[in-house]
Design a protein around this ligand. Structure first.
Ligand code: CU
Length: 268
């Protein structure tokens, strides 16, 4: 631990020197996190900023966090960020992970959330933050977020009464041609707990309705479990236009109802 922190300090000094050098030579590209600031909260003198590649939407999202005090980025000992939706009769969370320091952008912590509903008349979302600083200060508070609707998550019931949430992970923007096809599967254990399901098999069927009772599928490799609720395969869309993809989750003890994603595929 001791050696590690010295090493860390040392490497920060090196980074600063490199940063100073690259500032002089104006053509050097320092990589920057490509994400926009979506929300800011002031909590007990700390500033928490939330970034993502897109506006937040129902389904899978990367969340990038920066915590600072008086303009200086703070390194944390622990950090949790739990999304909560407040609705009239009840509150609920969604599948999410805890923030971890990014290896390539050490000012930022990265987490994820698979929002199961959009914000709207039904209720509003916030993220409950808890972190401890290196000087052992324990801080907690909330940050407001807005979640837009999308086609990228759906839920399925099973005969055993379980509820599964299936998130469309990739392709983010479906195009004609070959690309990764990936889903995430989570189970609703309670309104606050949505563990990843990593031992299921998926049945997947992409289909394009051509009208007049005609239609066709396209070559694809059924996504298989790769851990942490992720299922990865590939798909080669033969045509642009409106497609559906039907997904069924099968575990040893349980089979879900089939759910259908509907989306458009761009011409490439
Ligand atoms: Cu809700």
């Amino acid at each position: 631990m001791y050696k590690n922190s010295i090493l860390k300090k040392f490497s920060i000094v090196i980074l600063l020197v490199v940063a100073a050098i690259s500032c002089d030579s104006s053509n050097t590209n320092t990589p920057e996190l490509e994400a926009s600031l979506l929300s800011t909260a002031s909590i007990d003198g700390y500033t928490v900023e939330l970034f993502s590649e897109n506006n937040l939407r129902s389904g899978y999202n990367n969340l990038y966090w920066k915590v600072s005090k008086d303009g200086e980025v703070i390194e944390l000992d622990s950090f949790s960020a739990m999304p909560i939706m407040h609705m009239t009769q009840m509150s609920h969370s969604c599948p999410y992970t805890s923030p971890e320091m990014m290896s390539d952008f050490t000012d930022y912590y990265q987490s994820s959330a698979n929002f199961i509903m959009p914000s709207g008349e039904m209720g509003y979302w916030e993220v409950q933050l808890e972190f401890t600083t290196k000087s052992n200060e324990a801080i907690s508070g909330e940050i407001d977020i807005e979640v837009e609707p999308s086609w990228m998550i759906t839920s399925a019931q099973s005969s055993n009464g379980n509820v599964y949430f299936i998130s469309w992970y990739a392709p983010e923007t479906p195009k004609t041609g070959n690309q990764d096809l990936a889903f995430m599967v989570h189970k609703r254990e309670s309104m606050m707990s949505f563990p990843a399901v990593s031992d299921a098999e998926l049945e997947v069927y992409p289909y394009m309705d051509m009208g007049g009772g005609e239609g066709h599928s396209t070559p694809f490799e059924t996504p298989a479990a790769t851990g942490a609720g992720m299922y990865e395969g590939s798909i080669n869309y033969s045509m642009s236009g409106t497609w559906t993809t039907t997904v069924t989750v099968m575990t040893e003890a349980d089979t879900s109802s089939a759910v259908t994603f509907e989306y458009s595929v761009r011409a490439q």
